[in-house]
Design a protein around this ligand. Sequence first.
Ligand code: AMP
Ligand code: ZN
Length: 466
Amino acid sequence: MALRFYNTLTQQVEDFAPMRDNTVRMYTCGPTVYNYIHIGNLRTFTFQDVLRRWLQYRGYKLDHVMNITDVEDKIIRNANAQGQSIYDYTAQYTQAFLDDTATLRLQRPERLAKATDNIDVMVQNIQELEKGGYTYQSEGSTYYRIANFPEYGKLSHNDFKGIKAGARVDVDEYEKADARDFALWKAAKEGEVAWDTPIGRGRPGWHIECSSMARKYLGDTLDIHAGGVDLIFPHHENEIAQAEAITHKPFARFWIHSEHLLIEWEKMSKSAGNFYTLRDLLEKGYEPEAIRYLLVSVPYRRKLNFTFDGLNGARSAVQRLRDFKLRLDTGKFAEGVDEQIRVAAERARTRFEESLDDDLNTAEALGSIFEFVREANIAMDNGEFRAGNVAPANDLLARFDSIVDVLRPSEKQGGLSDAEIEAKIAERTAAKKARDFKRADHVRAELLEAGVILEDTRDGVRWKRK
Ligand code: AMP
Ligand code: ZN
């Protein structure tokens, strides 16, 4: 079966292929850089990373643009409160975002676009909307008149025909029940950052930011537009209204929305204060790979309720996979091929690929790998696993890890130097000589924990970093 995704626009699972050449043109809504992001945001970005990686696995190239929202109400308020320019204020959180996403091994989009670098394109888009008769002005601000876009509501599947024409809203986020004309351009206010432009002195609304930058970098029609489910309305609905009123072409072929991360079954959010940042979890001693594994393990269209039990489970799952990899790398197996394991590896690969093709069913995909690991471990215990089974098992793990990316431990800061490793090995050899096997095993485990694998050979102890 072909690669397929659920499309919010059509409410169906549809076969996916890019429209032109082999390249997927994708736009995802990036962070508002007014604070550290939390692991709820990171669930969405990690999903997008899995999406990217799976598209690449299937042979596609990517042209992925992500915006950085660096001018917005909260940013202006916080920067002013701290007596900083929005540029200085947002620079630190933009860097923190890049650091956090790198720690979680998220691939960088091909392009990161800052809103403040693209004010001119937004102004042009607003002018085009003006020409088409989709806007009106009030007190120096420009609004989008949704009554003039009859398809308004087609993404969120709402009928907005009965709404009061001309009712306006100045905030960027609001509920469906309040569908209103929204601000494209906000008139300058005392003490707020503003740009002098042909449409007046002011700053852009959030929605025009995304549709304008998507068009600028990727053209009129995107293959994929993605974001968290909270963005379906009003943000993405408004993006469609802005883009399609200008181009009269579909703005995005696939709209892919990921569900929220919850905590105690409530949406994790900055404003509710019920959040953990990545830094919080790292400080508690969790590895980035355990966090990444947890976020990946639940299919993106299901809610994920965050608990420490869940995170501990993810940590053990990663450890099991690493232990298996170590066993493959250092075990001594008799020559030949065990037929049952050969077939099991093939079956696992097929199931892994079919699951991810099926709207990125990561839970099924992980299940297929664990089933293989269990079978292979039993075969190793029984002495049935053969040297000829090693390469296909490693190939399977490599395929898995090209998407999930958790086998390699992150380099810990202050990791062991070569000299320190040699000293530990000498300590272990001495302990063995003294028949203190408990001590020797302890040193071996310590080294393993630090990512160092020992191998006892006839010529002495060899070691490598995992
Ligand atoms: P923001 O910086 O608030 O604009 O959010 C950045 C991204 O994180 C958006 O795609 C949101 O949909 C997403 N997001 C926010 N809260 C959560 C959550 N609790 N779970 C998953 N994604 C979220
Ligand atoms: Zn956006």
